[in-house]
Design a protein around this ligand. Structure first.
Ligand SMILES: [Zn+2]
Length: 269
């Protein structure tokens, strides 16, 4: 599932491709991906423009010239492509938005969705989400306050969107590895120094992942050299049995609180 760095990569790369370009048409083959009737959706979008693309946690927000928001969550298996009839992927598109000769294709939206909202609804949609981990005002002090009183282990707490938003299975493992902490450690057992390490690791890993375009396999457009660059830089995620880059010990896969979890049992403590 795309996490904060993948959605941030999409945001940054989509903006110069579609921002401000008039929408010329819409196709919907899976009405369930929307929260309005396909006709209504098409009517709203045709002739409209996306003025700005924002991100909140694992969502993208497309802000229309008429003020409404399109809120996208790709969930498991969803991805996007921008291109033309000639180079579009050989896949089924649940939603397609045409911008003249080029189109934005939504693929694999089985659990994912694209919902229309009024601007005043935005706050309510996101009110259950915890703070953005990379926001400037999310200081170590705020991080410590956020985790205060939490009883869960690191894995469960890092992926809990109501605690800190945007982190999922991959980056929680990468952050724990970078911090040299076991994902099974209890939050309330961490020392001050370990908490500091966890905070710094969270920032370092997420920023590095954004810089290298996240781990998504599929390029966003023909010639996209950025998307997916972090995949080969993942140190533990999906690397069961491979030697740890820090100590050479084979990496372990384990279910932690019924979540996929990869770590090094030798150099994470
Ligand atoms: Zn190791």
């Amino acid at each position: 599932m795309p996490e904060l760095p993948e959605m941030e990569t999409y945001r940054q790369q989509l903006a110069p491709l579609i921002q401000g370009v008039p929408i010329t048409g819409v196709e919907v083959t899976r009405p369930k991906s929307l929260n309005v009737e396909p006709e209504q959706f098409a009517q709203l979008l045709r002739g409209n423009r996306i003025l700005q693309i924002n991100r909140r946690a694992k969502h993208l927000l497309f802000i229309l010239a008429t003020g409404e928001l399109l809120v996208l969550h790709l969930m498991l298996g969803g991805w996007m492509y921008v291109g033309s009839d000639e180079d579009k992927p050989d896949r089924t598109f649940q939603v397609t938005i045409h911008f003249g000769a080029k189109s934005l294709y939504f693929i694999g939206l089985r659990l994912g969705y694209l919902h229309v909202h009024l601007p005043e609804e935005a706050e309510a949609i996101f009110k259950k989400l915890g703070p953005e981990p990379l926001q400037a005002d999310f200081t170590f002090e705020r991080f410590r306050q956020t985790l205060q009183g939490k009883r869960g282990n690191l894995k469960v707490t890092l992926v809990d969107q109501s605690v800190i938003s945007g982190i999922g299975n991959c980056y929680s493992d990468e952050i724990c590895f970078y911090a040299q902490l076991l994902p099974t450690r209890k939050i309330n057992d961490l020392s001050e120094e370990e908490l500091q390490r966890l905070y710094q690791s969270m920032r370092t890993v997420l920023l590095e992942a954004i810089r290298y375009g996240g781990y998504m396999e599929s390029p966003l457009y023909a010639g996209d050299r950025l998307t997916g660059g972090f995949d080969s830089r993942c140190r533990v995620y999906d690397r069961e049995g491979e030697p740890c880059v820090r100590c050479g010990h084979p990496l372990v896969f384990e279910e932690v609180s019924s979540r996929k979890c990869f770590y090094c049992a030798n150099c994470q403590a």
